[in-house]
Each structure stands twice: as C-alpha cells, then as structure tokens.
Design a protein. Sequence first.
Length: 234
Amino acid sequence: MARKSLTDVVADDLLDRIVAGEFAPNSLVPGELELSSQHEVSRMTVREAMKTLVAQRILRVERGRGTFVNPLASWGSLNAVLRAVSEGEDHAVVAVQLIELRRMLETGACELAASRITDEDLEDMGQQLSKMKAAHEASDVPAFVASDLAFHDIILQASGNIFVSVLFDPLHRILESRRAETSQVPQIQSNAIAMHGAILTALSKRKPELARVAMDNHMAQTLDDLKSYVLRSQ
C-alpha cells in the first residue's frame, strides 16, 4: 500500500474531525497556522490539504472570513459522503436515500441486462438464488447477504455499462452493512427471495420492460420492508 503524503494525512484528519461532528456544517475550521502547529507540518502542506477538501466541495473559502464546512449535500466526493453517512448521519434518511439511489440505477441496469445477459449469467443467478434460500432456511444472515449482493452484481455486470459498476463499487461496503441489518428479519428475507425469483424469470425471458418492472417492484418492496420492519422498530 502506498504511503500517504503529509498533505493526505492532514486532509484525512480534518475530514475525520468533520465527520465526527467537531466541525458542524457552515462552521469555521481552524486556520493554516493552527493546523500546521497541530500536525507539525508546514503551512504549505496545510494549504494543499485544504485545497484538496475545497476541490471536493467539503470546504469552501469565503474571502476575508475564512474556510467553512459545506453541508453534506454539497460534497462532491462519493467516498467522503460514504465515510460521513457510515459514522452518524441520520440513519433513517440515509437508509431511504440509499434505496432511492439503487432504484434509479438498478432498474435501468436490469433493463439493459435483459437484452445482453448470457445463459451462464442466468445460471449463476439461479445458483445465488438457491444459496439465498438455503441461507434463509439455515438462518445464516452473512451467507444470505453474500448471495444477495452476488445476484445483483451479476445484473450490474450483465448490463454491459462500465459506468454502472464503477458507480456501485464504492457503495459495496455500505450496501453490505445495510443488507446485514435488514436481512436480520426473516420476513424481509422471504420477500427478497420472491422478488429475486421474479427478476430472474423476467431476465430469462429477455424482455427489457419486464425486467425493469421486476427490479422496480423489488426496490419498492425493499423500501416498504425497511420502513415496516426496521425503521419503525428503532
């Protein structure tokens, strides 16, 4: 693993402090002199670190006033947003918005996959669905989640659109965490198995509109399950 530069170390530390809530949205962050003293680095290093966070729209510079933290919705770095939402951003809002994002992307990916998917892909999906059923019967949540994610990954790859996979890659860790939480509920597992079966059937027919509707129904069911079984119990 490549060693972080001093600039990256300072930028990461300041981002960690923002994520931890030490600096709230629209609050002033320490100046170059204070940060250079804290990290025992040059002001030039601090300046470059600040530029990195400004370029990612995590910070903004107001001439004559200082450097301020932007609201999370303004950030331009997906990885930074994922760090923030993984460590305390309102759980319910994040969970719902994540499904909304999946619904926008995965319904389209499933539609594309319908005309491009191979027999081998369909066989692999069938195997993952069988593993989900076995994991459900055995109350093996980690195995259920692994097969659930693998089922969806096959569709994303089968879409043939390189941007879809690139967009989903940094989401994998948080998706795995959220799936592990919702999949603790047996009824959610049962619903997911039924919906995955419908998606597989639609893709087997290689009809794009059917595939899109099947995935959209799955996302709608996922959102309903989240609200009914998870968020109401918190």
